[in-house]
Write a protein that binds this ligand. Structure first.
Ligand code: NAI
Ligand code: MG
Length: 336
Protein backbone atom coordinates (compact mmCIF):
# COMPACT_ATOMS: atom_id res chain seq x y z
CA UNK A 1 0.00 0.00 0.00
CA UNK A 2 1.39 3.36 -1.02
CA UNK A 3 0.48 6.70 0.54
CA UNK A 4 0.42 9.22 -2.31
CA UNK A 5 -0.64 12.85 -2.20
CA UNK A 6 -3.18 13.67 -4.91
CA UNK A 7 -3.71 17.23 -6.13
CA UNK A 8 -6.35 17.10 -8.84
CA UNK A 9 -5.87 20.73 -9.83
CA UNK A 10 -7.75 23.19 -12.04
CA UNK A 11 -9.52 23.09 -15.42
CA UNK A 12 -9.33 19.58 -16.87
CA UNK A 13 -7.35 18.47 -13.79
CA UNK A 14 -10.18 16.76 -11.87
CA UNK A 15 -11.43 14.89 -15.00
CA UNK A 16 -8.06 13.44 -15.94
CA UNK A 17 -7.02 12.72 -12.34
CA UNK A 18 -10.24 10.79 -11.84
CA UNK A 19 -9.55 8.82 -15.01
CA UNK A 20 -5.97 7.97 -14.00
CA UNK A 21 -7.03 6.86 -10.51
CA UNK A 22 -9.69 4.58 -12.00
CA UNK A 23 -7.08 3.00 -14.28
CA UNK A 24 -4.60 2.48 -11.42
CA UNK A 25 -7.37 0.86 -9.42
CA UNK A 26 -8.28 -1.42 -12.32
CA UNK A 27 -4.63 -2.49 -12.36
CA UNK A 28 -5.12 -3.53 -8.72
CA UNK A 29 -2.63 -1.08 -7.28
CA UNK A 30 -3.09 -0.51 -3.58
CA UNK A 31 -2.88 3.25 -3.18
CA UNK A 32 -4.05 5.31 -0.24
CA UNK A 33 -4.70 8.75 -1.81
CA UNK A 34 -4.16 11.76 0.43
CA UNK A 35 -6.16 14.55 -1.20
CA UNK A 36 -4.65 18.02 -1.06
CA UNK A 37 -5.47 21.26 -2.83
CA UNK A 38 -3.49 23.89 -4.71
CA UNK A 39 -4.02 26.40 -7.52
CA UNK A 40 -6.73 28.74 -8.69
CA UNK A 41 -9.83 26.99 -7.31
CA UNK A 42 -8.53 26.90 -3.73
CA UNK A 43 -7.22 30.47 -4.14
CA UNK A 44 -10.69 31.67 -5.13
CA UNK A 45 -12.17 29.97 -2.08
CA UNK A 46 -9.59 30.76 0.58
CA UNK A 47 -7.25 33.44 -0.79
CA UNK A 48 -4.29 31.04 -0.59
CA UNK A 49 -3.22 29.08 -3.70
CA UNK A 50 -0.89 26.81 -1.69
CA UNK A 51 -2.39 25.89 1.69
CA UNK A 52 -0.08 24.87 4.54
CA UNK A 53 -1.83 21.46 4.82
CA UNK A 54 -0.76 20.69 1.26
CA UNK A 55 2.87 21.50 2.02
CA UNK A 56 2.72 19.36 5.18
CA UNK A 57 1.16 16.43 3.30
CA UNK A 58 3.95 16.53 0.69
CA UNK A 59 6.60 16.80 3.42
CA UNK A 60 5.16 13.72 5.08
CA UNK A 61 4.43 11.45 2.11
CA UNK A 62 6.93 12.77 -0.46
CA UNK A 63 5.21 11.35 -3.56
CA UNK A 64 2.64 13.50 -5.40
CA UNK A 65 0.38 12.94 -8.38
CA UNK A 66 -0.65 16.38 -9.58
CA UNK A 67 -3.15 17.66 -12.13
CA UNK A 68 -2.43 20.99 -13.86
CA UNK A 69 -2.80 24.26 -11.94
CA UNK A 70 -3.94 27.50 -13.54
CA UNK A 71 -1.60 30.48 -13.22
CA UNK A 72 -3.03 33.95 -13.91
CA UNK A 73 -1.32 35.61 -16.89
CA UNK A 74 0.43 38.97 -16.50
CA UNK A 75 -0.59 39.61 -12.87
CA UNK A 76 -1.90 37.80 -9.79
CA UNK A 77 -0.28 35.00 -7.77
CA UNK A 78 2.94 33.37 -8.94
CA UNK A 79 2.89 29.88 -10.45
CA UNK A 80 2.22 27.25 -7.79
CA UNK A 81 3.75 24.64 -10.10
CA UNK A 82 7.02 26.54 -10.00
CA UNK A 83 6.65 27.20 -6.25
CA UNK A 84 6.23 23.48 -5.49
CA UNK A 85 9.24 22.53 -7.63
CA UNK A 86 11.39 25.12 -5.87
CA UNK A 87 10.10 24.44 -2.35
CA UNK A 88 10.89 20.72 -2.50
CA UNK A 89 14.01 21.17 -4.66
CA UNK A 90 12.56 18.96 -7.41
CA UNK A 91 15.51 19.83 -9.60
CA UNK A 92 14.97 17.27 -12.39
CA UNK A 93 12.03 17.87 -14.67
CA UNK A 94 12.05 14.76 -16.86
CA UNK A 95 9.88 14.97 -19.96
CA UNK A 96 9.98 12.03 -22.37
CA UNK A 97 8.51 12.42 -25.87
CA UNK A 98 8.02 9.07 -27.54
CA UNK A 99 5.96 8.26 -30.63
CA UNK A 100 2.84 6.31 -29.69
CA UNK A 101 1.09 3.77 -31.90
CA UNK A 102 -1.66 4.87 -34.28
CA UNK A 103 -1.49 8.59 -33.46
CA UNK A 104 -0.97 10.86 -36.45
CA UNK A 105 2.08 13.07 -36.34
CA UNK A 106 4.67 14.24 -38.83
CA UNK A 107 7.31 11.91 -37.40
CA UNK A 108 7.77 8.25 -36.49
CA UNK A 109 10.37 6.80 -34.21
CA UNK A 110 10.79 9.82 -31.95
CA UNK A 111 12.12 8.70 -28.57
CA UNK A 112 13.77 11.51 -26.67
CA UNK A 113 13.92 12.46 -23.01
CA UNK A 114 14.24 16.08 -21.96
CA UNK A 115 15.93 16.93 -18.66
CA UNK A 116 14.95 20.47 -17.72
CA UNK A 117 16.58 22.28 -14.80
CA UNK A 118 13.58 22.93 -12.63
CA UNK A 119 14.51 25.36 -9.86
CA UNK A 120 16.46 28.29 -11.31
CA UNK A 121 17.05 30.19 -14.55
CA UNK A 122 14.52 32.90 -15.33
CA UNK A 123 11.86 31.08 -13.29
CA UNK A 124 13.00 32.29 -9.87
CA UNK A 125 10.46 35.11 -10.19
CA UNK A 126 12.89 37.99 -9.52
CA UNK A 127 11.25 40.62 -11.69
CA UNK A 128 10.90 44.31 -10.93
CA UNK A 129 10.01 47.62 -12.47
CA UNK A 130 12.99 49.90 -13.03
CA UNK A 131 10.80 53.01 -13.23
CA UNK A 132 7.65 54.19 -11.50
CA UNK A 133 5.68 54.48 -14.74
CA UNK A 134 6.05 50.71 -15.30
CA UNK A 135 7.52 51.11 -18.75
CA UNK A 136 10.82 49.37 -18.03
CA UNK A 137 10.99 45.89 -16.49
CA UNK A 138 13.89 43.66 -15.51
CA UNK A 139 14.11 39.95 -14.80
CA UNK A 140 16.99 38.07 -13.22
CA UNK A 141 18.17 34.60 -14.24
CA UNK A 142 20.08 32.47 -11.76
CA UNK A 143 22.40 29.63 -12.75
CA UNK A 144 24.66 28.00 -10.18
CA UNK A 145 27.39 25.45 -10.68
CA UNK A 146 25.85 23.19 -8.01
CA UNK A 147 22.35 23.07 -9.51
CA UNK A 148 23.72 22.70 -13.06
CA UNK A 149 25.87 19.79 -11.96
CA UNK A 150 22.87 18.07 -10.34
CA UNK A 151 20.61 18.21 -13.42
CA UNK A 152 23.39 17.41 -15.91
CA UNK A 153 24.55 14.46 -13.80
CA UNK A 154 20.93 13.26 -13.56
CA UNK A 155 20.72 13.32 -17.36
CA UNK A 156 23.96 11.36 -17.81
CA UNK A 157 23.01 8.85 -15.10
CA UNK A 158 19.67 8.31 -16.81
CA UNK A 159 21.44 7.80 -20.14
CA UNK A 160 23.81 5.28 -18.59
CA UNK A 161 21.10 3.33 -16.79
CA UNK A 162 18.78 3.22 -19.81
CA UNK A 163 21.43 2.43 -22.38
CA UNK A 164 21.03 5.75 -24.17
CA UNK A 165 23.80 6.77 -26.51
CA UNK A 166 23.89 10.55 -26.57
CA UNK A 167 23.33 13.60 -24.35
CA UNK A 168 22.65 16.94 -26.05
CA UNK A 169 23.10 20.05 -23.89
CA UNK A 170 21.12 23.07 -25.08
CA UNK A 171 22.24 26.61 -24.22
CA UNK A 172 22.61 30.17 -25.51
CA UNK A 173 26.18 30.69 -24.34
CA UNK A 174 27.01 32.91 -27.32
CA UNK A 175 24.75 35.63 -25.87
CA UNK A 176 24.12 34.68 -22.22
CA UNK A 177 27.79 34.04 -21.66
CA UNK A 178 27.78 33.89 -17.86
CA UNK A 179 24.53 32.07 -17.04
CA UNK A 180 24.10 29.53 -19.82
CA UNK A 181 27.87 29.71 -20.39
CA UNK A 182 28.32 28.29 -16.88
CA UNK A 183 25.75 25.58 -17.61
CA UNK A 184 27.71 24.57 -20.73
CA UNK A 185 31.05 24.58 -18.89
CA UNK A 186 29.67 22.28 -16.19
CA UNK A 187 28.24 20.00 -18.91
CA UNK A 188 31.62 19.71 -20.64
CA UNK A 189 33.21 18.74 -17.33
CA UNK A 190 30.53 16.22 -16.28
CA UNK A 191 30.60 14.62 -19.78
CA UNK A 192 34.23 13.56 -19.20
CA UNK A 193 33.01 11.15 -16.49
CA UNK A 194 30.86 9.35 -19.07
CA UNK A 195 33.23 8.49 -21.94
CA UNK A 196 30.82 5.89 -23.39
CA UNK A 197 28.08 8.46 -23.94
CA UNK A 198 28.38 10.90 -26.83
CA UNK A 199 28.14 14.54 -25.72
CA UNK A 200 26.93 17.31 -27.99
CA UNK A 201 26.03 20.93 -27.32
CA UNK A 202 23.69 23.05 -29.43
CA UNK A 203 22.53 26.66 -29.29
CA UNK A 204 18.82 26.76 -28.51
CA UNK A 205 17.62 28.40 -31.75
CA UNK A 206 19.44 25.84 -33.87
CA UNK A 207 18.07 23.14 -31.56
CA UNK A 208 14.47 24.25 -32.21
CA UNK A 209 15.08 23.96 -35.96
CA UNK A 210 16.88 20.60 -35.70
CA UNK A 211 14.06 19.15 -33.60
CA UNK A 212 11.43 19.85 -36.26
CA UNK A 213 13.66 18.74 -39.16
CA UNK A 214 14.95 15.49 -37.70
CA UNK A 215 13.90 14.72 -34.11
CA UNK A 216 15.18 11.11 -34.23
CA UNK A 217 18.75 12.40 -34.02
CA UNK A 218 18.12 13.28 -30.35
CA UNK A 219 18.26 10.94 -27.41
CA UNK A 220 18.68 12.59 -23.98
CA UNK A 221 18.53 16.40 -23.87
CA UNK A 222 19.53 18.58 -20.92
CA UNK A 223 18.88 22.30 -20.65
CA UNK A 224 18.02 25.25 -18.45
CA UNK A 225 14.53 26.00 -17.16
CA UNK A 226 13.00 28.32 -19.79
CA UNK A 227 14.48 26.53 -22.81
CA UNK A 228 13.33 23.20 -21.35
CA UNK A 229 9.79 24.48 -20.86
CA UNK A 230 9.50 25.65 -24.45
CA UNK A 231 11.34 22.76 -26.11
CA UNK A 232 9.33 20.15 -24.18
CA UNK A 233 6.04 21.50 -25.58
CA UNK A 234 7.72 21.42 -28.99
CA UNK A 235 8.74 17.80 -28.33
CA UNK A 236 5.13 16.96 -27.39
CA UNK A 237 4.07 18.36 -30.75
CA UNK A 238 6.39 15.90 -32.50
CA UNK A 239 4.58 12.87 -31.08
CA UNK A 240 0.91 13.86 -31.26
CA UNK A 241 0.50 16.81 -28.91
CA UNK A 242 0.20 17.66 -25.25
CA UNK A 243 -2.38 14.91 -24.68
CA UNK A 244 0.25 12.16 -24.78
CA UNK A 245 3.33 13.40 -22.91
CA UNK A 246 3.87 12.69 -19.23
CA UNK A 247 6.50 14.14 -16.94
CA UNK A 248 8.19 13.81 -13.58
CA UNK A 249 9.68 16.35 -11.17
CA UNK A 250 12.26 14.56 -9.08
CA UNK A 251 14.41 15.76 -6.19
CA UNK A 252 16.44 13.94 -3.55
CA UNK A 253 13.63 14.02 -0.96
CA UNK A 254 10.39 14.17 -2.93
CA UNK A 255 8.91 13.55 -6.36
CA UNK A 256 5.89 15.02 -8.10
CA UNK A 257 4.32 13.58 -11.25
CA UNK A 258 2.32 15.78 -13.61
CA UNK A 259 1.66 16.14 -17.34
CA UNK A 260 3.55 18.62 -19.53
CA UNK A 261 0.28 20.36 -20.42
CA UNK A 262 -1.67 22.93 -18.42
CA UNK A 263 -5.28 23.17 -17.22
CA UNK A 264 -6.71 23.58 -20.77
CA UNK A 265 -9.59 25.88 -19.78
CA UNK A 266 -10.82 25.84 -23.40
CA UNK A 267 -11.98 22.22 -23.06
CA UNK A 268 -12.53 21.87 -19.31
CA UNK A 269 -15.72 20.10 -18.20
CA UNK A 270 -16.58 18.85 -21.71
CA UNK A 271 -15.26 15.29 -21.51
CA UNK A 272 -12.70 16.10 -24.20
CA UNK A 273 -9.54 15.98 -22.12
CA UNK A 274 -7.05 13.26 -23.01
CA UNK A 275 -5.95 11.54 -19.80
CA UNK A 276 -2.98 9.75 -21.43
CA UNK A 277 -0.48 12.50 -20.54
CA UNK A 278 -1.28 12.36 -16.82
CA UNK A 279 -1.50 8.56 -17.04
CA UNK A 280 2.01 8.38 -18.53
CA UNK A 281 3.16 10.66 -15.67
CA UNK A 282 1.57 8.18 -13.25
CA UNK A 283 3.49 5.36 -14.99
CA UNK A 284 6.70 7.30 -14.35
CA UNK A 285 5.58 7.41 -10.72
CA UNK A 286 5.13 3.63 -10.69
CA UNK A 287 8.59 3.20 -12.19
CA UNK A 288 9.96 5.52 -9.49
CA UNK A 289 8.33 3.16 -6.96
CA UNK A 290 9.89 0.14 -8.75
CA UNK A 291 6.46 -1.08 -9.87
CA UNK A 292 7.79 -1.75 -13.36
CA UNK A 293 5.56 -4.73 -14.12
CA UNK A 294 2.29 -2.90 -13.42
CA UNK A 295 3.51 0.16 -15.33
CA UNK A 296 4.23 -2.05 -18.35
CA UNK A 297 0.84 -3.73 -18.11
CA UNK A 298 -0.97 -0.37 -18.10
CA UNK A 299 1.17 0.96 -20.97
CA UNK A 300 0.31 -2.14 -23.04
CA UNK A 301 -3.39 -1.63 -22.31
CA UNK A 302 -3.15 2.00 -23.52
CA UNK A 303 -1.33 0.91 -26.70
CA UNK A 304 -4.00 -1.77 -27.29
CA UNK A 305 -6.76 0.84 -27.04
CA UNK A 306 -4.87 3.16 -29.39
CA UNK A 307 -4.43 0.35 -31.89
CA UNK A 308 -7.70 -1.57 -31.68
CA UNK A 309 -10.25 0.87 -30.22
CA UNK A 310 -9.18 4.20 -31.65
CA UNK A 311 -12.82 5.31 -31.71
CA UNK A 312 -12.79 5.35 -27.89
CA UNK A 313 -9.84 7.77 -27.77
CA UNK A 314 -10.23 11.53 -27.41
CA UNK A 315 -10.43 13.84 -30.40
CA UNK A 316 -7.05 15.55 -29.94
CA UNK A 317 -5.41 12.32 -31.13
CA UNK A 318 -7.95 11.52 -33.85
CA UNK A 319 -10.48 9.48 -31.88
CA UNK A 320 -14.22 10.06 -31.52
CA UNK A 321 -14.52 9.29 -27.84
CA UNK A 322 -14.34 11.06 -24.51
CA UNK A 323 -12.22 10.97 -21.37
CA UNK A 324 -14.67 8.39 -20.04
CA UNK A 325 -14.84 6.12 -23.10
CA UNK A 326 -11.03 5.95 -23.20
CA UNK A 327 -10.86 5.23 -19.46
CA UNK A 328 -13.52 2.52 -19.74
CA UNK A 329 -11.66 0.91 -22.64
CA UNK A 330 -8.35 0.77 -20.74
CA UNK A 331 -10.06 -0.50 -17.56
CA UNK A 332 -11.85 -3.25 -19.56
CA UNK A 333 -8.53 -4.57 -20.81
CA UNK A 334 -6.92 -4.42 -17.37
CA UNK A 335 -9.86 -6.16 -15.69
CA UNK A 336 -10.11 -8.85 -18.37
P1 NAI B 1 -2.46 24.10 -21.97
O1 NAI B 1 -1.36 23.10 -21.97
O2 NAI B 1 -3.42 24.04 -20.85
O3 NAI B 1 -3.29 23.96 -23.34
C1 NAI B 1 -2.71 24.14 -24.62
C2 NAI B 1 -3.59 23.51 -25.69
O4 NAI B 1 -3.51 22.07 -25.60
C3 NAI B 1 -5.09 23.83 -25.52
O5 NAI B 1 -5.68 23.95 -26.78
C4 NAI B 1 -5.64 22.61 -24.80
O6 NAI B 1 -7.02 22.37 -25.06
C5 NAI B 1 -4.78 21.49 -25.35
N1 NAI B 1 -4.58 20.44 -24.34
C6 NAI B 1 -3.79 20.50 -23.25
N2 NAI B 1 -3.88 19.37 -22.54
C7 NAI B 1 -4.75 18.56 -23.20
C8 NAI B 1 -5.27 17.26 -22.95
N3 NAI B 1 -4.90 16.53 -21.87
N4 NAI B 1 -6.17 16.74 -23.83
C9 NAI B 1 -6.55 17.43 -24.90
N5 NAI B 1 -6.08 18.67 -25.20
C10 NAI B 1 -5.20 19.23 -24.35
O7 NAI B 1 -1.74 25.51 -22.07
P2 NAI B 1 -2.34 26.99 -21.85
O8 NAI B 1 -3.70 27.10 -22.42
O9 NAI B 1 -1.27 27.87 -22.32
O10 NAI B 1 -2.42 27.17 -20.27
C11 NAI B 1 -3.61 27.06 -19.50
C12 NAI B 1 -3.27 27.21 -18.02
O11 NAI B 1 -2.47 26.10 -17.58
C13 NAI B 1 -2.47 28.49 -17.68
O12 NAI B 1 -2.99 29.01 -16.50
C14 NAI B 1 -1.06 27.97 -17.44
O13 NAI B 1 -0.35 28.76 -16.55
C15 NAI B 1 -1.34 26.60 -16.84
N6 NAI B 1 -0.24 25.64 -17.01
C16 NAI B 1 -0.03 24.78 -15.96
C17 NAI B 1 0.93 23.79 -16.05
C18 NAI B 1 1.07 22.86 -14.89
O14 NAI B 1 0.21 22.75 -14.04
N7 NAI B 1 2.18 22.14 -14.81
C19 NAI B 1 1.78 23.66 -17.24
C20 NAI B 1 1.43 24.58 -18.32
C21 NAI B 1 0.46 25.52 -18.19
MG1 MG C 1 5.16 24.51 -20.00
Amino acid sequence: MYDIVRISGDGIGPEITDSVCRILEAAKLQINWIDARAGEAVFNETGNPLPEETIDAIKEHRIVLKGPLTTPVGAGFRSINVALRQKFDLYSNIRPAKSVPNVDSNFRGVDLVMFRENTQGLYIGKEHWVDEEEKHAESIAVVTEAASEKIITAAFEYAKKNNRKKVTLVHKANILKLTTGLFLKVGERVAKDYPDIEFQDLIVDNMAMQMVINPSQFDVIVTTNLFGDILSDLASGLVGGLGVTGAANIGDDAAMFEAVHGSAPDIAGQGKANPIALLFSALMMLEHLDEHRVAERIRSAVYAVLQDHKEDCTQDIGGQGTTKSFTDAVCNILED
